[in-house]
Design a protein around this ligand. Structure first.
Ligand code: SAM
Length: 279
């Protein structure tokens, strides 16, 4: 692997902050990340943001079923060169914005393993998108800024517990895999990174409509996280007035003075069933 700094300089490309471009410069770290997914030659892998191919190469050395989605067209020829120099000609490269990619058309009837060292500025959006499409996905192994990874893993009662923690933990069994320091990247980021794996639950407690309601309840509750639930849930998100919110909370057996950050995922599910009665 050519050092990303040299490759970018030779080609007069500047790594862009707006696309979250911090490239892995240590092939050993890249290999370790791919090993954590436990993929074999049968896996169908979708990689988000392959960049210069640091992860793509070890992925493609494991399975021939690889599709990558890269938004920055300047990187496409460099990625092609990197793959070619390893004798790899079986990777499908799509020059697209992942936020607009039709994931279903890539799945081709078989569940995907999704991987990526994610652009930090849209990591949450990407994760929400994967969660919404999780019927097409078996597992995901994704790198985040450490602070965001901690938020995803946070438990009720902690400061970091947020909308993202509840939605992600509702959808998947999440594990912290590897912590990586800034020295493994070019350009060197100011923050640490962490790889998380997501094993999406195959059984779902809710129908699609109820799941939408659950996500709206979570959003409403956290949009005013300092307020008690009896106030936070009133308003346009759910279209409920004060007395209906009070009845729903009573129906769910939740003390109205509690705040969103104290509710477990199971309690959000119970609350959603109680809210549904009034909608
Ligand atoms: N996977 C490479 C690595 O580990 O060295 C690059 C990781 S870098 C943190 C993020 C990559 O995502 C960059 O290549 C960037 O151009 C790409 N990217 C940014 N926004 C994107 C988007 N919306 N869709 C697809 N790729 C995107």
């Amino acid at each position: 692997m050519t050092y990303p700094g040299h490759l970018l300089k030779e080609n007069q490309i500047y790594a862009g902050k707006e696309m979250g471009q911090n490239f892995l410069s240590n092939p050993e770290t890249a290999r370790m990340i791919v090993e954590q997914t436990g993929i074999d030659s049968h896996a169908r892998v979708l990689e988000i943001g392959p960049g210069l191919g640091a992860l793509t190469i070890p992925i493609a050395q494991t399975t021939r079923h690889v599709t990558v989605v890269e938004k920055d067209r300047r990187l496409i020829p460099l990625l092609a060169q990197a793959l070619e120099s390893h004798g790899i000609d079986w990777v499908r490269v799509l020059n697209q914005d992942f936020l607009k990619t039709d994931i279903a058309s890539l799945a081709d009837g078989q569940k995907l393993v999704v991987m990526g060292n994610l652009p930090y500025n849209i990591s949450s959006q990407i994760l929400f998108r994967l969660i919404r499409s999780r019927n097409l996905i078996d597992t995901a192994c994704l790198m985040f800024q450490r602070e965001l990874a901690d938020r995803i893993l946070a438990t009720p009662g902690s400061k970091a517990y947020s909308r993202l923690s509840v939605v992600a933990q509702y959808a998947a069994k999440i594990r912290r895999r590897i912590d990586i320091g800034p020295g493994a990247f070019f350009p060197r980021p100011a923050v640490d990174s962490t790889v998380l794996s997501f094993d999406f639950f195959s059984s779902r407690p809710f129908s699609e409509d109820m799941e939408l309601l659950l996500f709206t309840v979570i959003k409403a509750a956290f949009s005013k996280r300092r307020k008690s639930l009896k106030n936070a849930l009133v308003g346009p998100d759910l279209g409920l007035d004060k007395s209906t919110v009070a009845k729903a909370l009573a129906g769910a057996g939740i003390v109205p003075e509690r705040r969103a950050e104290t509710l477990s995922v199971a309690e959000f599910e119970t609350l959603t069933r109680a809210v549904d009665v009034f909608i």
